[in-house]
Design a protein. Structure first.
Length: 101
């Protein structure tokens, strides 16, 4: 089983929690952390602002279903959902992820 860490930014905390709750309820992710993100983006020129980042734990096989769910709930015309493989994970955490997902 290939564990992944996913990252997604949302417009605000309410949107991030709506997405996170939906993914947790559907057992597509095992956990989510929310972090404040400040940045700039090249979108219709250069825009600057605050967002809420979501750091999520899941498995690679759930990516397409996660992307489809995010597409239903996210307010951005184009969102960026990225997954990074987890190459090392302690046994207890791996067991928990397998049981949870």
């Amino acid at each position: 089983m290939q564990f992944v860490e996913l990252f997604l930014t949302c417009r605000d905390r309410a949107e991030a929690e709506k997405v996170g709750d939906a993914l947790l309820e559907k057992h597509l992710i095992a956990a989510v952390n929310y972090v404040r993100v400040e940045g700039k983006t090249r979108w219709d020129g250069i825009t600057e602002g605050d967002e809420v980042g979501m750091r999520m734990l899941s498995v690679a096989g759930n990516f397409d279903r996660i992307e489809a769910e995010v597409a239903k709930l996210h307010s951005y015309e184009t969102f960026v959902l990225q997954a990074t493989p987890i190459t090392h994970l302690n046994k207890d955490a791996a067991d928990w992820l397998e049981e949870t997902l």
